[in-house]
Every structure is written in structure tokens, then in C-alpha cells.
Ligand binder design. Structure first.
Ligand SMILES: Nc1ncnc2c1ncn2[C@@H]1O[C@H](COP(=O)(O)OP(=O)(O)O)[C@@H](O)[C@H]1O
Ligand SMILES: [Mg+2]
Length: 439
């Protein structure tokens, strides 16, 4: 005997159950009803027929991070006895529908094969999904008629999934914006919070409650346009001295990165995973012997200190300089610490006609770092740990580049600069027999 179940789904979300689309992307601010509607719609679909439903997100360390709890609450609320909630799965014991839960970070194509039979995948908090995760996931969802449901609060202008999908609406893609005022079930308390936020800080309101990406420039240290411009080739050769920045990995999954820069041209990056201090020191030694850098700046806080000591023992103390990101800035009045100072010199450098290798990872890292100011009004950057939580990895490449700006380097005679002002300045220095500082 049939049972009548009344599930209320707000109007903007009806296409979740009434149409077939390869991609259904819902975006907007807090309280739009996305999570509830997705959960309810999936539970309903899973009652109608046997489906394999995967609920994924970028990072899922434990099942608690997933929508498992929300689905269980909705099952209880509607009293859906068909569903049995297990520790890491939810199963419809009548028709065999299964909900599974997975984090995409660090999954390789092989491990994610278990998703090949999936009918619907729900990507929750999709603003945090990396391009890499998407490239592994999307071809895996290959069953005929399979759908990809995406719920996201926009984080930044260039959220990878937004760049890939949001701007390419076609007949296979549904894109829908929903905010709290579109949600007929939005609690009064949330509406009040939104109102208070608007009264205090409009830009935060637009981000949190209207789901708009954080505006470029307002919170970011480096403007994306500058980085784009720098990534266009424009300098054939630089005769400036070679400076190397070395960021030594501090966490297991970080990379050890060398950045090679000559004046206005950043030549290349070398990156390594899982190298011990001696191996890193050996690579540095090789670079010193073959490329003759004027200076190597290395992050000497934490594990970097070990590499620094080895290189010093090998007699390279004139070439290497240890830099502690957290220590006092050279210009203490403007910068809260060395890290902010180096990054700001990097930012200034980017406002000139400079050249960077065209690399997507470097681009993302440079554009992601947020700026703030301390109580004394000095520039401070978003903590490394915060960035890591937000984007899922460390800004190793950009830190290596920033390290090349740790101190001005003095070089007698060899420097050649591009741009009139710089050449004049250099000649002046030479004429007065002073040494020209090179950042
Ligand atoms: N179908 C629904 N029935 C009852 N309350 C709902 C429903 N949909 C949303 N809500 C209420 O609206 C709030 C915000 O919805 P939520 O799905 O968390 O929004 P979002 O995921 O877009 O931030 C929920 O906390 C809940 O109180
Ligand atoms: Mg939500």
C-alpha cells in the first residue's frame, strides 16, 4: 500500500526533482536553503527508485564533516522508516538506495573508482573544490543519466568550479542563485543576523549573505590583474644577479620550492616533495655550484634551520641568509613581520614590467593571500595556517618567490635594469661609486 509523504521543497529547488540536467549548480549566501533542499530532494529521489548517491566535499576527515548528520535529521523529521542510518552510510532497506560520503582531497583516480556507478553526486561547499579534485571526479561520474548537484557559497572571483562551470551555462547545465530571502523556511533569527550584518559592514554582508565573491583588492594583498600581466612573456634576458628563494617544506604534504629570480625576470621554480634536510642542502649546493647565485634566502624557521646549518658548514655563509618569516621586519614601522614585508616587496615588484613563469598554481597562490593590519596599522598577512585551511595547501611557490625579496642585495657593477628610471639610478650609483641595492 502506498504511503503519502509530504516533503516541502522551496520553489527555486524544484528543478532538482523535476528536470534532468547533467549539472545542477545552486549558489548564493548563507540561509538560502541549499543544504536542506538538496538533502530533502535526494531523500525523495532515493525513495522513488534505487540510486547510488555520493555526497562529496573537498575535505572530509571524519563523517562528522559530511552531510550525513543533516540527512539523518531530515529522515527523522519526515519519519522515513525506509532509511537505515549506518555509521558511514545511509541505506534504503526496501529498494537498495545507498548514500555514501567521501572527501575528494588527495584521492587519486584509482581510489575514486568506487564512484563509477553513482547516479547522483552532491558536491557540498563546492567553493572549496580544487580544479584537480574536479578533474578526477567529473569523468568518474559516467553512468548514463547521472547528475552532478553542486551547492556553493562563492568564495572568490576565481573559485575553480565557478570558473569551469558557472560561466558556461548550456542546455545540460542549470545554474540558479538563491539567497535567504528566496528561502520560505528561513528562520527569523537568520534574517535578523543578515540585517545586523548589513548595518555594520556592507561588504561582509554581500559576501556572506548575498553569496558574492570577496571583491578583489579589498582583502587581497596582490591584484590578480598584476599577476596575469606578469605572466606574459616580455623580457628576453636579464643580466641582473641571480637570487634564489628557498622555502623548505614544514608539513608532510608541503613542497620544498626553489625560486630563481634575476631582477625583473623570475626564471623558474624547482619543487620537490618529501626531501630531508641533507637532500635539500645537496640540491642547493648543486645550484650554488652551477648557477652561481649572489644570494640564497631560505626560510630558517622550523625545519629550514637544519638546511641552513648544513649549508653554513659547507662554507656557503656568504651566499646564504636565513630568514624568519615571523621575526621583526626591517622596516618595523610599516610591517608587522618579515613575511608581510617580503610579500609587500613582491607586490611592489609586480607593479613594474616584470615577468613570471606562466603557472596556474603560482597564480592561485599569489592571488589568494589576504591582507590585514595590526593594532599599530602595520601590514600583516593572513596566517599560513589559515590559508592552508582555506585553500587546502600552503603557498610554497609564492613564499619561495617572496623570499627572493627578503633583503636588498648589494652588487658592484653587474646590475642592469629595465626602464629608464632604474638605469639612471644605477648609473648614479656607479658614478658615486656606491653600491646599488637590488631587491
Ligand atoms: N525545507 C525546509 N524545512 C524547514 N526549514 C528549512 C527548510 N529549508 C531550509 N530551512 C531553514 O533554513 C535554514 C537555512 O537553510 P540551509 O539549507 O542551511 O541554507 P544554506 O545551505 O543555503 O546556507 C535552515 O537552517 C533551516 O532552518
Ligand atoms: Mg549550506
Amino acid at each position: 500500500m502506498g504511503r503519502i509523504i509530504k516533503i516541502k521543497i522551496a520553489k527555486p529547488f524544484l528543478p532538482l526533482i523535476s528536470t534532468n540536467k547533467r549539472i545542477k549548480l545552486y549558489w548564493g549566501g548563507r540561509g538560502g536553503g541549499k543544504s536542506y533542499a538538496f538533502a530533502d530532494a535526494l531523500l525523495l529521489k532515493g525513495l522513488e527508485k534505487k540510486l547510488l548517491i555520493a555526497c562529496v566535499r573537498e575535505i572530509q576527515d571524519t563523517i562528522k564533516d559530511s552531510v550525513h548528520r543533516l540527512l539523518s535529521d531530515r529522515i527523522e523529521f519526515y519519519d522515513l522508516k525506509e532509511y537505515e542510518v549506518k555509521e558511514s552510510e545511509i541505506v534504503n532497506t526496501l529498494n537498495g538506495t545507498r548514500f555514501i560520503f567521501k572527501g575528494l582531497r588527495n584521492q587519486d583516480a584509482h581510489k575514486i573508482k568506487s564512484l563509477e556507478g553513482v547516479d547522483i553526486v552532491w558536491i557540498e561547499e563546492a567553493q572549496t573544490i580544487t580544479k584537480k579534485s574536479w578533474e578526477i571526479l567529473s569523468p568518474t561520474i559516467r553512468k548514463d543519466g547521472s547528475e552532478i548537484w553542486i551547492s556553493m557559497n562563492r568564495e572568490e572571483e576565481n573559485d575553480p568550479l565557478w570558473v569551469l562551470l558557472g560561466s558556461h551555462q548550456d542546455e545540460r547545465t542549470l545554474i540558479e542563485k538563491v539567497n535567504f530571502y528566496d528561502n520560505p523556511f528561513c528562520p527569523e533569527e537568520l534574517k535578523l543576523q543578515a540585517k545586523e550584518c548589513l548595518a555594520h559592514d556592507e561588504s561582509t554582508y554581500r559576501h556572506i549573505w548575498l553569496g558574492e565573491p570577496l571583491s578583489q583588492g579589498a582583502h587581497k594583498l596582490i591584484d590578480a590583474g598584476l599577476v596575469k600581466h606578469a605572466m606574459q612573456p616580455k623580457i628576453s634576458e636579464s643580466t641582473s644577479p641571480l637570487i634564489i628563494g628557498l622555502d623548505v617544506a614544514r608539513f608532510g604534504d608541503d613542497q620544498t620550492v626553489f625560486c630563481l629570480r634575476k631582477g625583473r625576470k623570475c626564471l623558474s621554480f624547482l619543487s620537490f616533495e618529501k626531501k630531508d634536510n641533507v637532500e635539500v642542502a645537496n640540491i642547493a649546493t648543486n645550484l650554488i655550484e652551477t648557477k652561481r647565485p649572489l644570494r640564497i634566502f631560505l626560510d630558517a624557521g622550523g625545519v629550514g634551520g637544519g638546511v641552513f646549518d648544513i649549508l653554513k658548514d659547507r662554507g656557503f655563509k656568504d651566499i646564504i641568509r636565513g630568514v624568519n618569516f615571523g621575526s621583526k621586519a626591517i622596516n618595523e614601522e610599516r610591517y608587522a613581520n618579515r613575511r608581510a614585508e617580503m610579500w609587500d616587496h613582491l607586490r611592489q615588484w609586480l607593479t613594474e614590467e616584470v615577468e613570471l613563469p606562466n603557472n596556474g598554481m603560482l597564480y592561485d597562490e599569489l592571488c589568494t593571500v589576504r591582507k590585514k593590519y595590526d593594532a599599530l596599522g602595520r601590514l600583516l598577512l593572513e596566517e599560513k595556517e589559515e590559508i592552508k585551511k582555506r585553500i587546502g595547501r600552503s603557498t610554497d611557490w609564492a613564499d619561495a618567490l617572496a623570499l627572493t625579496f627578503a633583503e636588498p642585495v648589494y652588487d658592484k657593477g653587474h646590475t642592469r635594469f629595465y626602464g629608464n628610471g632604474q638605469v639612471c639610478l644605477e648609473e648614479m650609483f656607479q658614478a658615486s661609486n656606491q653600491r646599488m641595492p637590488v631587491w
